[in-house]
Design a protein. Structure first.
Length: 266
């Protein structure tokens, strides 16, 4: 038992580290793919050499932070951490060993072969996996016949599947929110750029206009960089959940099929 718990903790830490690594890869990719156009030429034309030198000395990450602004940086940062947390939770839950532990299948079948039905029920009841909950609900209703047990297993299976799909839907929610947040930044940036034009009697410096335009472009970019992986991962995990759900049903049929001849009590 202790070794199993230790192994589970090690696997959990590995998944968390993988999720954090995914976040860092996405964040570093966004910060490095940005093509930074230095405003040195504009500054030289306007005689602002010091501003040009300061801009030229900025790293890509510093330019990225300045262009986004703290409100969008914080918003996307919180959304990305939430995405990684939900991603890790779903990857941990939608695994074959998590949904239908091999030890449970072997132990449950061994107890049934020895006709230790109460022990089999206790084993399934103590297990909190998808398969364990379904088997426990079926065993608890066997006294009323196999039909009643089958209905109970179907109800429990539908409920557990709904819970897992609801948790999975949060990944799709990230895929919807991220581009909307990017679109908000696009509109905000363009409004800021046109505000500079409207409040200036003379043509505003290009650097001022570039601030709003870069906010618009970078927030759009970050929103898409977050949304595309979220949609892809959601599709993958949804198909994975359906596949493992079918395997759970097959295992339930193999384990509980021996009770199919039990008469249904009226």
């Amino acid at each position: 038992m202790l070794s199993a718990m230790f192994g589970k903790m090690v696997r959990s830490s590995r998944v968390v580290m993988c999720g954090f690594a995914l976040f860092m890869v996405v964040f570093s990719t966004v910060s490095t793919v940005i093509v930074v156009t230095s405003p040195a030429a504009v500054a030289e034309e306007e005689g602002e050499k010091s501003a040009a030198e300061t801009a030229a000395n900025k790293s890509a990450l510093e330019f990225f932070i300045d262009a986004m602004g703290w409100k969008y940086l914080l918003s996307f940062g919180l959304l990305s951490f939430w995405f990684v947390a939900i991603l890790v939770m779903n990857f941990m839950a939608i695994r074959r060993e998590a949904m239908m532990p091999s030890l449970l299948i072997q132990g449950f079948e061994a107890q049934l072969n020895e006709k230790q039905y109460q022990a089999a029920f206790e084993m399934a009841k103590a297990d909190q996996s998808f398969l364990g909950k379904v088997l426990a609900s079926g065993m608890s209703k066997l006294s009323g016949g196999y039909g009643e047990a089958s209905a109970a297993m179907q109800e429990t299976g539908d409920y557990e599947n709904m819970v897992m799909e609801h948790r999975l839907s949060y990944i799709a929610l990230v895929g919807s929110i991220a581009p909307m947040l990017g679109l908000l930044g696009t509109v905000d940036g363009m409004v800021a750029a046109f505000a500079e034009i409207s409040k200036s009697e003379t043509p505003p410096p290009p650097a001022k206009l570039a601030e709003g335009v870069m906010t618009a472009l970078i927030t759009t970019l970050v929103g898409l960089v977050m949304a595309i992986p979220a949609v892809m991962v959601y599709a993958f995990l949804k198909n994975r959940l359906q596949s493992l759900g079918s395997e759970v049903g097959i295992n339930i049929g193999n384990l509980m099929g021996r009770f199919s001849n039990l008469p249904t009590k009226k």
